[in-house]
Write a protein that binds this ligand. Structure first.
Ligand code: EPU
Length: 417
């Protein structure tokens, strides 16, 4: 078992460069299935989820060459092979295999996804979308079976503006007959990234990034080269870590526009923020004000930064209320922070956080962002060593975490038992 060991209390200083977005990458890789020739993805993050996805594509018959931050995917030999089990079970985002395989082969058998299970995460809106396009969808022994004689464009109103459903419907509709309109579509930057890739492959998608997306189906898509957007959640995590340790860090290779909800909250707390074209500097201060935060769909405050933000709010004066309106119970980090001495209680969708000192403790990451929260908390504690287990979750979303933090002056190391 691996764990992260942290001796905190050192202000983070220096520059950190952000890699490509995980939640884009794990949609862009399956999107390549829809092409008939080579797709090259640049600025790919070095993450376990990306490795699993390359394994899935190879199992289907694709040739995948992954070198550094570039992946070349030749999908020309892909076959429609059922995948009820195996690597698809390791990933949440394996649901994108449904839209991609349905788009290319009009059939697919994909095991229900795994990944971070911080609460029930239904895929009813994905299925509603596939059915509206003419597919028959059944759940047989934990695997989703999809089949369509042909896919036909349709108007689909999403009951919740789901990132996954929006992307999955775009994937299937890109090669359907006629026009598909997604209403109440999610507006996250990763959706624009996927639409940009698909359009470079020859798709006709308009309106990505707004609540109405129009997809004009085409019969064939071709290869292309695409550079993945920077990971706004990774960037936000380092911004929060810089502030929590009262450091001074330049976060490089970011799109400052994607960070607006976080920068606004950090400024409200009294944290210094300097924005440049592709970077943001975070300047810590001795005292932070308490704030209330509501995690919402984009462009609201990202739910994926809710757990790291909890750790930062333990460093503020007074009582902050942090509510999550995307997930109803994403608070697995709270009991662990309480073990570190934090004064937090959860009431319904909200965590009520009273600022104060934290202590070193042995804690366990129960999901990816909970893990990030615990690492940040550990970085604030100057006495003793904080031990974080559940590192495999953290590795799903943060490449080079230890080396990046060490480069910023943190005393962090991995230990294998
Ligand atoms: N929802 C439904 N039905 C559906 C789909 C979603 O009720 O068919 C609900 C969910 O239960 C949730 C809300 O809608 O309450 C939003 O879920 P969404 O579908 O947008 O989330 P997702 O696509 O499953 C992606 C990211 C998550 C991120 C969310 C929200 C991937 C693989 N995952 O999940 O990332 O929290 O969007 O931005 O892209 C993470 O990176 O740590 C992570 C969990």
């Amino acid at each position: 078992m691996e764990k992260l060991m942290i001796t905190g209390g050192r202000p983070l200083q220096g520059t950190v460069s952000i890699s490509g977005a995980k939640n884009s990458a794990i949609a862009l890789i399956p999107a390549a299935i829809l092409a008939e020739s080579e797709v090259i993805l640049d600025n790919l993050p070095l993450l376990s989820d990306v490795a699993v996805y390359s394994e899935i594509l190879e199992e289907l018959g694709a040739t995948v060459a992954w070198e550094g931050s570039q992946m070349k995917i030749d999908p020309s030999s892909i076959k429609s092979i059922p995948m009820p089990n195996g690597p698809v079970k390791k990933l949440r985002a394996s649901y994108y295999m449904m839209g991609a395989m349905l788009g290319r082969f009009k059939e697919a058998i994909i095991g229900l996804p795994g990944g971070c299970n911080f609460e029930p995460r239904p895929i009813d809106q994905h299925i509603k979308g596939f059915e509206a396009l003419g597919a028959t969808v059944t759940n047989e022994h934990g695997a989703i079976h999809l089949h369509a004689k042909e896919l036909r464009g349709n108007k689909i109103y999403l009951d919740v503006s789901s990132v996954g459903a929006t992307i999955n419907i775009m994937l299937a509709a890109a090669r359907a007959k006629g026009a598909t309109i997604i209403e109440n579509a999610a507006k996250e930057p990763e959706i624009i990234d996927v639409a940009t890739l698909l359009n470079s492959m020859g798709a006709i998608i308009k309106g990505a990034g707004t609540e109405t997306i129009r997809i004009e189906g085409v019969s064939e898509l071709h290869g292309c080269r695409h550079s993945i957007i920077p990971d706004r959640i990774q960037a936000g995590t380092y911004m929060i870590a810089a502030a929590a340790t009262r450091g001074n860090v330049l976060i490089d290779n970011v799109i400052p526009k994607h960070m607006e909800a976080l920068t606004a909250k950090m400024q409200e707390m009294g944290i210094g923020i300097e924005e440049y074209d592709e970077s943001i500097r975070v300047l810590g201060a001795p005292r932070y004000e308490h704030v209330d935060v509501k995690a919402l769909v984009y462009p609201g405050f990202a739910t994926d930064l809710q757990s790291p933000m909890t750790s930062l709010l333990t460093q503020a004066q007074g009582v902050s209320v942090l509510s999550d309106f995307v997930y109803s119970n994403r608070f697995k980090h709270v009991p662990e922070l309480v073990r570190m001495g934090a004064k937090i209680r959860v009431e319904g969708r909200s965590a009520i956080i009273e600022g104060g000192h934290l202590n070193a403790a042995k804690v366990k990451a129960a999901d990816l962002r909970a893990g990030a929260a615990l690492v940040i908390a550990g970085l604030t504690v100057s006495e003793g060593v904080t031990e974080v287990t559940g590192v495999e979750y953290i590795d799903r979303g943060y490449d080079h975490l230890v080396s990046n933090l060490r480069h910023l002056g943190a005393d962090v190391w991995r230990q294998t038992e």
